[in-house]
Write a protein that binds this ligand. Sequence first.
Ligand code: OFO
Length: 184
Amino acid sequence: MKSEITSKTSLTAEVEGKLNKQVRMEGLSSFYYLAMASWCETKGYIHSAEFLYDHADEEKMHMLKLMRYINEAGGHALAPEIANLKYEYGTLREVFDHILEHEIAVSRAINNLADFCFKEKDFATFQFLAWYINEQREEEKVARRLIEIFDIIGEENHGIWMVDKEIGKLLVQLRAQRAAEAGA
Ligand code: OFO
């Protein structure tokens, strides 16, 4: 149980509320990716499915990192409610177009959050968010690369199967990069 002194926090209610909003966005992201992974798997796009299942785990990690920060700072992280998922897609390309749009929206949300924390002089949270700013830059880069794969190979004839394979190769590269960063 928290004593009066340990329950004191420098986290303002407003910052806590906004961080919890971001927790929800990351949780939703994880489930968006899961829904897309499952759709891909049912259509036989096994490499894309693997890529998206992997990314669902990444998003869950983003959510947990925020939750742990809120609680450590004396706030209360709220596990998000998940609703209104999209389960059907017309094409594989539609899935990846959706991802780029979504990641751009997440980057904007993180930037607005960081801007708010800076103006509030909550420099600890501002500094904590630097990790997310870098992560979003990386995620947008990957999302653009995925779209390039479609544009370069094309989707006609066996093109879509090659696209799926290339997405699998990109996942191998990203996992190697992550392993290298973790070992650094
Ligand atoms: Fe959490 O980075 Fe994507 O959404």
